[in-house]
Design a protein. Sequence first.
Length: 204
Amino acid sequence: MVSLVLASASPARLATLRAAGVEPSVVVSGIDESQVTGLGPAELAQRLAELKCAAVADEVGPGPLVLGCDSVLELDGQAFGKPGDPDEAVRRWRAMRGHTGFLHTGHCLRDTATGREATGTGSTVVHFAEVTDQEIAAYVESGEPLQVAGAFTIDGLGGAFVTRIEGDHHNVVGLSLPVLRVLLAELGHVWTDLWTRRQTRSSV
């Protein structure tokens, strides 16, 4: 079994891995995301993922695989992370409703035993509903939009406000399992080696 460290405080990323049979350790990178400027949305997501991975890999030392991820919403060519306050979240949703965005998630996987690294960005098209001002106000009041990139979730309260996606659902949550599988293979590992539990279906 391969040991994985998740360099993220995101409960959604952790839940995604656990649902897929993977039980990682969690070490939060604590990097200053504001230090990265001048990049496009997809490039920004990837660069932040690499910085998170590097910071945690240096902390844990040689041995495990370290995975860094970061998500950025692209809307009309602009990059949006977590909104800074409720007013910004309201403005964001008024701009998003009825429109289409791209959720980019950067991934960086480092094998600390060998020093080798693999990277990849997943991008998913997200279609937002024509939500009302009342719905926006209630959603922002819930606090959820302030905690996530793009000010929305697909696996929480915001799920009803996303009418359709094109691409990997897990990528919108913040970690693309298909991308991670490919990165593992690039480093000479097999996806199923990450499984810490194996589910079996019982017949009815």
